[in-house]
Design a protein around this ligand. Structure first.
Ligand code: 5GP
Ligand code: MN
Length: 342
């Protein structure tokens, strides 16, 4: 925490900066990256944001988004060169280099100073500098803190404030998760004071559905949602064919998992999706049931106690079967957690 302050002197002269974030970035990942990029550019640095993959259309309003390099979209050579030549690399909103896939191999080898800014539990220690706290609701909250540590608060303009606000708004579930502390509201209030148009950000993120996406959501809710009542669990099973039928794009399934969690009596929810390369899972919980532990233990994943993800190399049906069997073994725990949250 104190050590990271030393970066103030380092960043006093123009540097070649790379900012990267996790695979399939969400609003916190991309908002933190572009918020920090906007700030560092203003300070005279040469800044490039590299995303390991594409990201949803509803994030494409963010200032600086057009210049983001998508590593996966045939940009490996270009990215490798930029990473190799960088003076400093910021790793935002992820806790281990495997979360950025092959890009992580280049980052690991780079000579640059590495900085981790993140709020996920149990980070791997690959960076010389860390601003890490699981108390932070969003990485964007930590970016705000970092800019303040550098004495740069007054450089936060509307564009930067809106990127950071987007990360905080989404990672707190629109200010309703237990992570929504007094500090979250204070930071948010300051971002509004610095120019963030919060109605615009809300519209851009939540009122930006394609008709396909809405219809897909309706289909998933009526045909693909299963409730395991004795275990207070609900999950969606989404096949490759389902995605194809509704012309599904990156981000179209984001948020689906929350519908399952919104059911009365449910404390654990999942979306199990057949992606081209693997079966992906998105997990959420209410109260003390740790989906981070569940994902780490059974589905080679991780995340936060109440929001995590994982994957499976089994078929979709086998994964669903494994999930149901596992959930049964947690029945007692889930019942206890249910009683505590109600
Ligand atoms: P989502 O369900 O929205 O994709 O992810 C929820 C949370 O879990 C996010 O904080 C995300 O970074 C994390 N997460 C998702 N998938 C994985 C994974 O495979 N490994 C790890 N370590 N974290 C993940
Ligand atoms: Mn985050």
């Amino acid at each position: 925490m104190q050590k990271i302050k030393r970066l103030k002197a380092f960043l006093n002269t123009p540097k070649k900066v790379i900012i990267t974030t996790h695979y399939k970035p969400d609003a916190d990942a991309l908002g933190s990256s572009l918020g920090l990029a906007g700030f560092l550019k203003k300070k005279g640095h040469q800044v490039t944001v590299i995303s390991p993959s594409d990201y949803p259309d509803f994030l494409k309003w963010m200032s600086g988004e057009k210049d983001v390099i998508n590593f996966e979209a045939d940009n490996e050579k270009k990215s490798a060169k930029l990473v190799e030549e960088a003076d400093i690399i910021f790793c935002l909103d992820f806790n281990c280099l495997t979360r950025i896939n092959k890009l992580g191999e280049y980052v690991a080898e780079a000579d640059a100073v590495k900085v981790l800014i993140d709020h996920h539990p149990d980070p791997k220690r690959f960076a010389e500098y860390e601003l890490w706290s699981t108390q932070a609701a969003a990485t964007a909250e930590l970016i705000y803190e970092f800019i303040n540590l550098l004495g740069g608060r007054t450089a936060i303009d509307q564009d930067i404030a809106e990127c950071l606000y987007a990360g905080i708004m989404t990672d707190t579930g629109q200010f309703k998760h237990p992570s929504t502390t007094k500090n979250v509201h204070e930071v948010t209030a300051d971002l509004i004071g610095l120019g963030a148009d919060i109605a615009k950000v809300g519209r851009n993120i939540y009122d930006n559905n394609s008709l396909d996406r809405l219809k897909f959501t309706g289909f998933a809710l009526s045909k693909r949602l299963k409730v395991l009542e004795p275990q207070h669990t609900a999950y969606f099973r989404i096949s490759k064919a389902d995605l194809k039928k509704y012309n599904s794009k990156t981000g179209d399934t984001e948020g689906l998992v929350n519908y399952a969690l919104s059911l009365k009596g449910i404390v654990f929810s999942a979306v199990i999706i057949e992606r081209p390369e693997t079966i992906r899972m998105s997990l959420r919980s209410k109260g003390n049931f740790s989906v981070n532990d569940f994902a780490r233990k059974h589905f080679s994943g991780g995340g936060h106690p109440n929001a995590a993800g994982g994957k499976s190399d089994l078929s979709l049906d086998e994964t669903v079967e494994k999930f149901e069997q596992l959930v049964k073994t947690y029945e007692k725990q889930l019942n206890n957690f249910y009683k505590k949250t109600n």
